[in-house]
Design a protein around this ligand. Structure first.
Ligand SMILES: [Zn+2]
Length: 498
């Protein structure tokens, strides 16, 4: 298995220290709802963890929660509530979002406010070793004492100094020094320390928590590319200076960032789409397919069109796993282990999820072909479910049922003779099923598609009144109908939980 390591700038053979992979991913600062950028990062590391488990590794996965921070303090003050109340609320909402996206929970979620004694101990240790110094009630890291600072972001201290400008404060020895412990300002939440009341800086949290829960050396440390500098650079400096052990991390993995159009999606640009907003429109499986359709190191551009295409894709896979069994004998011809091997080859190559998804769609086509020929497809369906599961894609019917009928997709001979009495019967069946809470709309999916195809043919003949009657009848039954240039889409919300 090969993984791209930001530290070396190359794909490297993945050789963890033991059979338990120690994995750390930077977590959230809970002061607002998570957006699609968070979804991308946590879906990707969820898939990496699932894949390692699929390949036989045990994985210990730690993700921190930065539950004290300037942003939390500011927002809590605006709302007039305690910082703990704000962070508690948004931590709960974070878990709801992650569960909805079928992201498996980490093994441990340490919180900054619950690790204060350990943080103070490490900061004191860095002071004792000469890597840090107290000043004005705060403690700063002395970057000049780390000869290889900049090795992750591949920058020299001199170039960083000039690029960052002199963001010095009177207390710091050098502009590049960063804060480990922040002196409390009046009215801020604070903890007692040898340097007076204060709170931890962001970078030190991750060093302390990974050391405590995973040991001196991690196998995988993940995060977004925007964390490479300064956050991860500083984590390396802190951890390696404190323990004296290198490397702090064997493999640094960084995901690309989500863009909206040409711009980065970010709070400061005001162009965020929250996970909640996306889940109102798209199924969790579709959001996962959208994220996994491009390589995790590349930027990902959010667009309605791409997500709609992902939704149609996942519906094709769902239909394949729901398909009826054929009657002939099982056949190993199409549904061989070749698909499993192709899937593994793709994922072994630095988690090429786009290629792995292509294998799933190939497999689905193979299954459908066998089904058309009347062969048993149970084995293929099982493999499709298993491999989709490695990507965290469930292929279960969601509460919202979505169907698409391409214009000209349904054969004219299917439609012929379905305009009079037959059309009325089809519409009656649809209405009866929609009104019956114990019935399943999935069972009459074909009827709905057929009725929409009849409507299409009427529209082509400019019989708009009759076409509209069909649409209105479906809307009355609870369907939403959307016409686009290439297809008709229908949606239906299940009333019951089935
Ligand atoms: Zn971190």
């Amino acid at each position: 298995m090969k993984v791209y390591n930001t530290l070396s700038g190359q794909k490297e053979e993945f050789l963890p220290q033991g059979d338990e992979v120690k994995m750390y991913v930077c977590g959230v600062t809970p002061y607002s709802d998570c957006h699609i950028g968070h979804a991308m990062s946590y879906i990707i590391f969820d898939v990496i963890r699932r894949y390692l488990q699929f390949r036989g590794y045990r994985v210990k996965y730690v993700q921190n929660i930065t539950d004290i921070d300037d942003k939390i303090i500011d927002r809590a003050n605006q709302l007039g509530i305690a910082t703990g109340e704000l962070s508690g609320e948004f931590t709960a909402r974070y878990f709801e979002d992650m569960d909805a996206l079928n992201i498996n929970r980490a093994d441990i979620y340490p919180k900054a406010t619950e690790e204060i004694p350990e943080i103070i101990e490490v900061v004191q240790g860095l002071v004792d070793k000469g890597y840090a110094y107290p000043a004005g009630g705060s403690v700063y890291f002395r970057v000049r004492n780390v000869s290889d600072y900049g090795k992750l972001s591949h920058r020299s201290l001199e170039s960083m100094m000039s690029a960052e400008g002199a963001l010095g404060s009177d207390d710091k020895e050098s502009p590049m020094d960063f804060v480990l412990w922040k002196a409390a300002k009046p009215g801020e939440p604070s903890w007692e320390s040898p340097w007076g009341p204060g709170r931890p800086g962001w970078h030190i949290e991750c060093s302390v928590m990974s050391l405590k829960y995973l040991g001196n050396t991690l196998d995988i440390h993940g995060g977004g590319q925007d964390l490479v500098f300064p956050h991860h650079e500083n984590e390396i400096a802190q951890s390696e200076s404190f323990t004296g052990i290198k490397p702090f991390v064997k493999y640094w993995l960084h995901n690309g960032l989500v863009q909206l159009g040409e711009e980065k999606m970010s709070k400061s640009l005001g162009n965020l789409i929250t996970i909640r907003e996306a889940l109102e429109k798209y199924s969790p499986d579709a959001i996962r397919i959208f994220v996994l359709s491009s390589h995790y190191r590349s930027p990902l551009t959010y667009s309605e069109e791409t997500l709609e295409a992902a939704e149609r894709g996942v519906e094709r896979l769902r239909q394949t796993v729901r398909g009826e069994l054929g009657e002939k004998e099982p056949t190993g011809e199409m549904i061989s282990e070749a698909y499993r091997k192709q899937f593994i080859d793709a994922m072994d190559d630095d988690f090429n999820t786009a290629q792995a998804l292509a294998v799933l769609f190939d497999l689905a086509r193979g299954i459908n072909r066998l089904s058309d020929e009347g062969y048993s497809i149970a084995e293929g369906q099982q493999l499709l479910l298993e491999l989709a599961g490695v990507l965290g894609i469930k292929l279960e019917a969601p509460n919202q049922i979505v169907g698409h009928v391409g214009r000209n997709e349904i054969d004219g001979k299917d439609i012929a003779g379905k305009r009079g009495e037959k059309l009325r019967q089809l519409l009656d069946t649809i209405e009866r099923t929609a009104a019956d809470p114990s019935a399943d709309i999935e069972e009459i999916r074909g009827y709905i598609n057929l009725v929409l195809a009849v409507r299409d043919s009427l529209r082509k003949e400019r019989q708009f009144k009759r076409a509209d009657e069909i649409r209105d009848r479906l809307i009355k039954c609870g369907f939403t109908i959307k016409d686009t240039a290439w297809e008709y889409e229908w949606r239906y919300m299940r009333q019951s939980s089935r």
